[in-house]
Write a protein that binds this ligand. Structure first.
Ligand SMILES: C[S@@+](CC[C@H](N)C(=O)[O-])C[C@H]1O[C@@H](n2cnc3c(N)ncnc32)[C@H](O)[C@@H]1O
Length: 511
């Protein structure tokens, strides 16, 4: 049995998965594993079995010569350094040609409509992008003054703060309304934002040197291809502003945490150290704030964080819509566990008009959902295709025998023990055709592994630079919620401890 996937704008039927960092993993309960899989390793619902339980993964090119020594040791000889640099530059050239031919074949792949659900790149384009990022990292490692590299890394948090300020001041919107050829003067930007103009200029110049915004002449700024994405895109802007702010506070306490706390408990994590309180992030979000006039109001971050999940989901989520045969489920029910305001379901419901949805989350979150659905997809709301239920996912799942229990960005928020509790609470609800789908980023290390497609020599096995965001998120999880991003092996272990088996994991070694 073949699954249908769509890559770019072209429908294609093959066994490949959609390339991206957010990965979908289908879990099935062990008690249903005796249902015979056919010769293609397909379970009755059309879910191919994970290759690791069908047979050892083959055809994975792990170049033993290079897999363990892709970094530049102090002892690396000059000739080896030169050959690595040549190989990295050759990759840059050939991958750039791949990007150009992908752009020429499908000019729409260059256009990122702000706020729109992103298209999914073809495998060729995705691989070429990763290769370029990885090659840039390798070239810097080889040629940059290493002390300069360390110095730049030391202050990188200021780049992040500069982006935060520009997003909060809505610089992109102001520039969009101004003179796009000659730019908007720093005087005007200062007047419109209320930020002293010299300070704002330094913030914007920091971003321009990071290729975000452009200074077209001295003190005159415009948007560029990157900053355009901050326009007309409230959910994405909410993501750029909100989670990194709470993350930033916590990150300040990360050194204190790792040097003094040897336990893996949920207590005294950096988020709590930063606030001098035992409250978890989710408890803190629930706490009302007192306004200057003495009245109490919901913490603004509560609403903003929920919206921000729609924003990040639209950047990372599209592959999830393609990597599972949702269309074969017809009018089945998808229970989105800890589904926030239902960002994933809004997008799925547009694409698969027969599917039904139950969005579960904490009461304070699900009560925001109907208004968002009213704006985003009122037809689904009126047709009764979606229900919202306040449910604590540590307690037994109330919706029994649903086809799909979906958890996106959930397990990464929790420790291993908590994840086992969350998965175990779903088990009593599972019927013979139920599947638990985990949508999380999957960590790859710089050591080659059978579990992922290894980058070509001389790049780091996980494409290095191209994998940075996942590691950043891993440390965000450590600081804010005592969670973690996991490798595929770690996810399999967790599933096993809850009595579940991995039926399918969409990783790009399957390409
Ligand atoms: C990172 S967000 C992901 C939201 C959503 N799955 C998405 O992808 O858009 C984590 C969600 O878990 C919810 N959550 C936290 N603790 C919960 C609990 N005990 N029961 C149910 N939901 C919870 C939060 O309210 C939040 O909406």
């Amino acid at each position: 049995m073949m699954d249908a996937y769509i890559c770019g704008n072209k429908a294609k039927k093959d066994n490949s998965t959609t390339p991206f960092n957010l990965t979908i993993t289908a879990l099935v309960h062990r008690r249903y594993l005796q249902i015979p899989a056919n010769s293609h390793g397909t379970l009755p619902t059309g879910v191919p079995l994970h290759p690791s339980i069908m047979a050892p993964v083959e055809n994975v090119d792990i170049d033993s010569k290079h897999s363990s020594s892709r970094f530049v040791k102090s002892s690396t000889s000059l000739s080896e350094r030169i050959s690595r640099l040549r190989a990295a530059v050759q990759l840059l050239v050939s991958a750039s040609e791949d990007v150009i031919s992908a752009w020429e074949a499908d000019p729409s792949s260059v256009i990122f409509e702000p706020g729109a659900l992103l298209g999914v790149p073809s495998h060729k384009l995705y691989n070429a992008r990763q290769t370029i990022e990885g090659a840039v990292g390798t070239c810097l490692e080889l040629v940059q003054d290493p002390r300069q590299r360390l110095l730049e890394m030391t202050y990188q948090f200021h780049d992040a703060r500069a982006l935060h300020i520009a997003a909060e001041a809505r610089i992109a919107e102001i520039l969009d309304k101004g003179d796009k050829d000659n730019g908007v003067s720093i005087q005007s930007l200062g007047d419109q934002t209320g930020i002293q103009k010299q300070k704002l200029m330094r913030i914007l110049r920091t971003l321009c040197s990071n290729h975000i915004f452009a200074e077209v002449s001295n003190g005159f700024f415009t948007n560029n291809y990157v900053s355009d994405q901050l326009l007309n895109n409230e959910p994405f802007l909410a993501y750029i502003i909100c989670p990194p702010s709470t993350g930033y506070d916590a990150c300040v306490k990360l050194p204190e945490y790792v040097f003094t706390n040897q336990s893996e408990s949920n207590n005294r994590i950096p988020f709590q150290l930063a606030r001098g309180s035992d409250q978890t992030l989710f408890e803190w979000l629930e706490q009302p704030i007192v306004l200057p006039d003495g009245t109490r109001s919901a913490r603004p971050e509560l609403e903003m964080l929920a919206l921000s999940m729609v924003g990040i989901g639209r950047v990372q989520g599209p592959p999830l819509h393609l990597d599972y045969p949702w269309d074969e489920l017809r009018d089945a029910t998808v229970v989105d566990v800890g589904g926030g305001i239902g960002g994933m379901c809004i997008d799925l419901s547009r694409k698969y008009p027969d599917l039904k949805f139950v969005v579960e989350d904490r009461p304070s979150v699900v009560e925001q959902a109907p208004e968002v659905w009213q704006q985003e997809h009122s037809a689904a709301l009126q047709a009764g295709r979606v229900k919202f239920i306040a449910h604590d996912f540590f307690t037994e799942q109330p919706i029994k025998n649903a086809e799909i229990y979906h958890l996106r960005y959930i397990l990464h928020n929790w420790s291993d023990q908590d994840c086992i509790r969350i998965l175990s609470a779903l088990v009593p609800a599972l019927g013979p055709t139920s599947r638990i789908l985990i949508s999380d980023q999957v960590v790859r290390t710089t050591c080659a592994s059978q579990h992922f497609k290894v980058a070509p020599y001389p790049l780091l096995a996980n494409y290095g630079f191209a994998h940075r965001f996942i590691h950043q998120m891993d440390l965000v999880m450590m600081s804010q919620v005592n969670g973690r991003e996991r490798t595929s092996e770690e996810l399999e272990v967790l599933a096993g401890k809850a009595g579940l088996e991995v039926a399918r994991m969409c990783t790009d070694y399957m390409q």
